[in-house]
Design a protein around this ligand. Structure first.
Ligand code: F6R
Length: 239
């Protein structure tokens, strides 16, 4: 089991906010590069950031993942969702955003994103979620721990889990572009946001295996877990 710091509280948005701001302050770059995830889990964080926007430091946004083959402003688009829920409130300029173009040739696009991350000096802070099958970003079970940005065939489990967000807009696209596990693990700081007790326990206290992609986080030297009280209780029992 790796070492991580755990913060859990009823007010999930507030503790997540505090941890992200702390990570930015601990990082000594004036405009750190930050990854933010989409989905249901981070919503309280984005609400809190929007409420306290004048206290939130400036940063460069890096897109974590995106369905392949859709336009930027498709209602299912992840970077569009982040723009609507977060970046607009912060008035972050488009030139501070590094986003997958999901209509470009996939390999070319993945190289472009990896090069741009390198050029930006790497990822300072990766805020991520965890899927019911243990995926992080769209790195599905069996993904090699060293992968860089790549095109993924989504598993039936992920497609089923994400229908709640996409059904009314034509369904979950079958493929996605994602930063790789190797790319994410190079972030100086990782903040895992989780409301899923069972899979989080397996990821952080079970064996490190590609069956549970998030288990690679046990190898990260600077991991903070922001959890709901239910998850926190489970993790504490296992520690
Ligand atoms: C989304 C992402 C995914 C989600 C995960 C959990 O950008 O990277 O890995 O974090 O699927 O989604 P929710 O929070 O909706 O349960």
């Amino acid at each position: 089991m790796g070492v991580y710091q755990l913060f859990d509280h009823e007010d999930f948005g507030d503790i997540a906010f505090q941890q992200v701001v702390k990570a930015v302050n601990d990082n000594h770059r004036p405009n750190p590069t930050i990854i933010f995830p989409t989905g249901g889990t981070p919503e309280p964080l984005y609400t809190r950031i929007a409420e306290l926007r004048s206290f939130f430091p400036m940063f460069d946004y890096i897109n974590l993942d995106q369905y392949y083959g859709i336009e930027y402003d498709d209602p299912r688009s992840y970077p569009f969702e982040i723009e609507q829920k977060l970046l607009k409130a912060l008035k972050l300029k488009p030139d501070l955003q590094l986003v997958f173009n999901a209509t470009a040739q996939a390999n070319h696009e993945c190289h472009r994103i990896e090069n741009a991350i390198r050029h930006a000096g790497g990822i300072d802070i990766a805020v991520i979620g965890i899927g019911p099958n243990g995926h992080i970003a769209f790195n599905e079970p069996k993904t090699d721990f060293n992968t860089r940005a790549h095109l993924v065939d989504l598993t039936p489990e992920t497609i089923a889990a994400n229908q709640k967000y996409c059904a009314q807009f034509g369904g979950v696209p079958p493929q996605a572009l994602t930063l790789g596990l190797g790319t994410i693990m190079e972030a100086k700081k990782i903040i895992l946001l989780t409301n899923k007790p069972e899979i989080t326990l397996r990821a952080l206290h079970g064996s490190v295996t590609t069956d549970v992609p998030a288990s690679v986080l046990q190898r990260h030297p600077n991991l903070t877990v922001v959890a709901t009280p239910q998850v926190g209780a489970k993790l504490r029992l296992a520690a």
